[in-house]
Design a protein around this ligand. Structure first.
Ligand code: PMP
Length: 333
């Protein structure tokens, strides 16, 4: 299969870096528990993420685990987790796992934030926790930064800006961290070529993170992910160069999709593209029969009727996807 369903980076690391990692792994003390404080890795994260002074870092086994940890920290009967719809499904799922009430505020028709609806919902629901994916998944857009700032100022609890796709986006809330005492920024290295390592982090004021640390299981990030991620972050330029290639390929893929009659694309600041097409479910199946796996969003949220999401792959993978898509559409016509 050409696998374009999970926003993975299609590129392997350069051979010299892979050899370096092989040596590191060979010498790793896997008979010992990991460094629970993960000091080296946190230093590397602070540096590459350009965290403002005074901001702390909490590590997670992927950012999924951090969403769970945040929800566990504020869950109590009646507590609300608020996000937008459609967005990343784990916000809603984890809210229900920990017994929180989930409130999803609908996005506008073009998937932009509805600031009035958000501010009304915040006043009405008094959410303990707000998640905003920036860029949003599965829509790919960045919300209006000024609207997010108003939401942060109005929220009675924590606001987490989830920057899973930061490497492909024009903007970030990391520079604003020090301006708000209820803002946290979450990132993952999954989309930057490390999905298999499982490493995400939360950045924010030490006063918050030291409380959240109490819920983190001590060894949630293993010896090997710590070692390998710290080394890769020392080669951050290699990872960013791959992200740059993906951004260039995103523009080519968008143009190729736009050239197909009957497809409506949504512009993306992430490493995937959302598009709408008639008979989306049949097209998804037709692609699968032709060896290409993407994500079908049809049948989920009503705003995503007839929507499909494709991860930006390598030029070869994307060419196979476009050919299979055109072939499927022709067959269905
Ligand atoms: N946040 C968003 C918006 C995502 O799309 C994803 C992955 N699909 C995650 C968080 C979780 O990523 P991971 O657990 O791999 O860090």
């Amino acid at each position: 299969m050409v696998k374009l369903d999970a926003m993975e980076n299609p590129y392997l690391l350069p051979q010299d870096l892979r050899d370096e990692i092989a040596r590191l792994v060979a010498d790793a003390a896997i008979n010992r528990y990991p460094d629970a404080g993960a000091q080296q890795l946190k230093e590397d994260i602070r540096r590459v993420s350009k965290l403002p002074p005074g901001m702390d870092v909490l590590l997670g086994n992927g950012s999924d685990e951090i969403i769970q940890l945040l929800a566990l920290a504020v869950a109590k009967p009646g507590a609300v987790l608020l996000s937008v719809e459609p967005s990343f499904v784990m916000y809603r799922m984890i809210a229900s796992f920990v017994g929180m009430r989930y409130v999803g505020v609908p996005l506008d028709e073009d998937f932009s934030l509805d600031p009035k609806a958000m501010l009304d919902a915040i006043r009405r629901e008094q959410p303990a926790l707000v998640f905003l994916a920036y860029p949003n998944n599965p829509t790919g857009n960045l919300f209006d930064a000024a609207a997010i700032k108003r939401i942060i100022a109005a929220a009675p609890g924590l606001v987490v800006v989830d920057e899973a796709y930061y490497a492909f986006a024009r903007d970030s809330f990391i520079p604003h961290l020090a301006k708000y005492d209820n803002l946290l920024v979450m990132r993952t290295f999954s989309k930057l070529g490390m999905a298999g390592l499982r490493l995400g982090f939360l950045a924010g004021p030490a006063a918050w993170l030291s409380q959240l640390e109490k819920l983190r299981l001590p060894y949630n990030v293993g010896v090997l992910p710590q070692l390998v991620a710290a080394r890769l972050l020392q080669h951050h330029d290699v990872l960013l160069a791959q992200a740059e290639r993906i951004k260039q390929e995103r523009a080519r893929l968008l143009a190729a999709l736009n050239a197909i009659v009957g497809i409506r694309t949504y512009s993306s600041e992430a490493n995937f593209i959302l598009f709408r097409v008639a008979k989306a479910t049949q097209i998804f199946e037709g692609l699968k029969q032709r060896g290409v796996l993407i994500k079908s969003l049809s049948g989920g949220h009503p705003a995503l009727a007839d929507c499909l999401r494709v991860t930006v792959g390598s030029p070869e993978e994307d060419a196979r996807f476009i050919a299979a898509l055109q072939d499927t559409i022709n067959q269905l016509a």
